[in-house]
Design a protein around this ligand. Structure first.
Ligand SMILES: O=C(O)CCC(=O)C1=CC=C[C@@H](O)[C@@H]1C(=O)O
Ligand SMILES: [Mg+2]
Length: 374
């Protein structure tokens, strides 16, 4: 396969709700959609899920765009590619989200070209036909949290992740648990607690949580080891696991029990797969997260969520929750709390280019020596 052309659509989509975490508040989501075209005219898509500000990991969307245009894409154009994972031989992990977006584009393209689903191309193991969806609720007031859970429960959702911070995390979760004793509940602190606040964290042990995601501000695995030893609730790592070395060190130190896997954060499906393998070998549980992104990356994560040993429903819910109109056809739909895995080639969905163009705030086409800017 030879890549003749790469197009970048820098998009900005208004969100249907304000997404507030302990670190940031989002009203719009900007990402970069990558479209690759091969010598036969086949196309594939990927998405760069970095944020405008470095509140989640250090890579920002401007960094990703710069490295794609000036380094990663020129290395790829007109190169003969036997398998999409070979990209990792030529490009390092300095900008994982840019790299993942490009790798995902090649995987989709390669799978469509070979008339296979992406999961057949990269995993080749049995998967589920349907998966449970999961809702993530931002840092909201208690009455709104209670009301939102009520509404989503009525739609069939059974798993809820709540964003928390030290000031009111326990109070909020206690109120939710009292109201809903049986829902699957977890929390994400996005590094807002200090190890000195271990008492506050231990209080969460009484609430029967599936896990506590990324509580500590330091990301220090020695502190995590101490915390996990003292807590019943499994610690889940998200942003502090970016490389295989991070994962190996955290496993060695018994720093955690569960990992939230996101393709963008770790540099592509190739690395996500390596991490899954390592988790399997070391009896570490894993599940599939997401990044408040468009359907292109979200549906990729839905596919990963179909692996049979993910330990809980992922951060995966309907397109219509996030946006008036998603860029994929069909959109992601949750019915009775479940999402059907698309069966077609590649990602198994089509891209609505009219919608994509409507959201585009900057467009760049790179083919051979030529660059075209919008
Ligand atoms: O996609 C979603 O609905 C939310 C996923 C989510 O919780 C996150 C996405 C992006 C950045 C983070 O604040 C957060 C997370 O840490 O998991
Ligand atoms: Mg998280």
């Amino acid at each position: 396969m030879r890549i003749e052309r790469i197009e970048l659509f820098h998009i900005k989509i208004p969100l249907n709700f304000t997404f507030k975490t302990s670190q940031a508040t989002l009203k719009h989501r900007e990402t970069i959609i990558i479209k690759g075209t091969d010598e036969l005219g086949n196309t594939g898509y990927g998405e760069v899920v970095a944020f405008n500000e470095p509140f989640y990991t250090n890579e920002t969307l401007i960094d990703s765009k710069d490295i794609l245009i000036n380094c990663y894409i020129p290395k790829l154009i007109n190169k003969e590619i036997e398998h999409p994972f070979h990209i990792h031989k030529w490009m390092d992990l300095s900008y994982p989200m840019a790299l993942a977006g490009l790798e995902n584009t090649l995987v989709d393209l390669y799978a469509r070209r070979n008339k296979k689903s992406i999961m057949d191309v990269v995993f080749n193991e049995e998967t589920k036909d349907h998966i449970y969806g999961g809702i993530v609720l931002g840092d909201l007031h208690i009455p709104s949290l209670i009301e939102q859970i009520h509404l989503y429960k009525k739609e069939g959702y059974t798993r809820f992740k709540i964003k928390i911070k030290p000031e009111d995390g326990f109070i909020k979760l206690k109120a939710i648990r009292e109201q809903y004793p049986n829902i699957q509940l977890l929390v994400d602190a996005n590094k807002s607690y200090k190890i000195e606040q271990i008492k506050l964290l231990k209080k969460l042990d009484s609430l029967n949580l599936l896990c506590i995601e990324e509580p500590l501000d330091s990301g220090d695995f020695l502190e995590y080891e101490k915390l996990q030893k003292e807590m019943k609730t499994p610690i889940c790592l998200d942003e502090s696991i970016q490389t295989m070395d991070d994962l190996k060190r955290a496993i060695k130190l018994n720093a955690f029990k569960v990992v939230n896997l996101k393709v963008g954060r770790v540099g592509g499906i190739y690395y996500a797969k390596e991490m899954i393998q390592l988790c399997r070998e070391n009896h570490i549980k894993y599940w599939i997260g997401s990044m408040v992104e468009s359907g292109i990356s979200k549906i990729l994560h839905v596919h990963l969520g179909s692996l049979k040993d993910t330990c809980m429903p992922g951060d995966l819910s309907s397109s219509k929750r996030y946006f008036k109109k998603d860029v994929i056809k069909p959109e992601i739909i949750t019915k009775n709390g479940m999402i059907k895995i698309p069966k077609g080639h590649g990602l198994g969905v089509e891209i609505d280019e009219d919608i994509l163009k409507n959201y585009t705030i900057d467009y760049i086409k790179i083919s051979g020596e030529q660059y075209e800017f919008n």
